[in-house]
Ligand binder design. Structure first.
Ligand code: C2E
Ligand code: CA
Ligand code: CA
Length: 283
């Protein structure tokens, strides 16, 4: 049942979507080995005069339940592809990671639509990776046809929040994923928690055995980064590297990042300096 508060929020969200008052922010994902920017993940934001800042974890499920997820996905993807062109014009040639609700995948023609959007803006499809999370009502395995169509078009597929879905392992074997993103609940307690260390190591080894790229999300400390590099993780993302950035902040961030990455991977021994490096990384 939809509560009164949800109806008011949904109404506000629909107006924001129609009147161009949503915006996207972008969080870099960087290679563990070199610090190179591998991709940039697009995340939607809604700041509303009446409702304040509303988290996507609140309004995305509401949009899913009330038929607004397709317009949100199409607006977000078009905005992000246009932004990619602008970054490339400024000399930053990277890949885009875009979150897709499993509901949008129910339409068999959705891969064609995404391809048309890429083609219209002349963005090569191999620059796009879709991040998918299994919804409670929509096991990804039912979407095999749609996922295969994306792969045929050269679009990458990442399994988001890996480790939290109830049948992630089976899906990894059956579905044409190119990447897994280890959920941040497993990264949070590294390196202190032995259980988390075992889970993360196993996930990395498993993914590599299946030729998949591994991203660790929610990396917040140098200790986590150091361990993930030792374990052979491919890509990291999290507040240690960068918060989600406004579109115009990405290129300036990328030039500062090169210098800072060297400090992150060779942290000074002295504890006070080490804290300093960590604090800097959050800026
Ligand atoms: P997600 O795809 O797993 O995105 C990661 C979330 O973790 C983002 O929250 C990001 O801001 C946050 N995050 C990143 N690094 C760190 C870190 O180091 N520490 C902590 N504590 N958090 C970190 P956000 O932007 O609030 O998004 C929440 C979820 O909403 C996303 O989870 C995604 O499932 C969904 N979402 C966001 N944008 C979109 C969109 O455009 N379309 C769809 N369908 N879903 C979206
Ligand atoms: Ca994601
Ligand atoms: Ca995630």
């Amino acid at each position: 049942m939809t509560s009164k508060a949800d109806i008011a929020l949904l109404d506000g969200f629909e107006r924001a979507l129609m009147n161009g008052r949503l915006h996207m922010v972008y969080q870099p994902k960087v290679a563990c080995e070199t610090g190179e920017v591998e991709r940039v993940e697009a995340l939607v934001r809604w700041d509303d005069p009446k409702h304040g800042t509303v988290a996507p974890s609140r309004f995305v499920p509401l949009a899913e339940r009330h038929g607004l997820i397709d317009p949100l996905t199409q607006w977000g993807l078009r905005t992000t592809l246009r932004q990619w062109l602008e970054w490339r014009r400024q000399g930053l040639d990277t890949c885009i990671a875009f979150n897709i609700s499993a509901l949008s995948l129910q339409h068999l023609d959705f891969p064609d639509l995404v391809e048309r959007m890429c083609r219209a803006l002349e963005v090569p499809t191999d620059r796009l990776v879709l991040e998918l999370t299994e919804g409670a009502t929509q096991p990804l395995v039912k979407l095999m046809d749609t996922l295969t169509r994306f792969r045929i078009k050269g679009i990458g597929l990442a399994m988001d929040d890996f480790g939290t879905g109830y049948s992630s392992l089976l899906q990894l074997l059956q579905l044409p994923f190119t990447e897994i993103k280890i959920d941040r609940v497993f990264i949070r307690d590294l390196p202190r928690s032995k259980d988390s260390c075992v889970i993360v190591k196993t996930a990395i080894d498993l993914a590599h055995g299946l030729d998949l790229t591994v991203t660790a999300e929610g990396v917040e400390t140098i200790e986590q980064l150091t361990l993930l590099r030792q374990l052979g993780c491919d890509v990291v993302q999290g507040y240690l590297v960068a918060q989600p950035l406004e579109a115009g902040e990405l290129v300036p961030w990328a030039s500062r990042h090169k210098r800072r990455w060297k400090m992150l991977v060779k942290p000074p021994e002295e504890p006070r300096l080490r804290r300093h490096v960590e604090a800097n990384a959050l800026r």
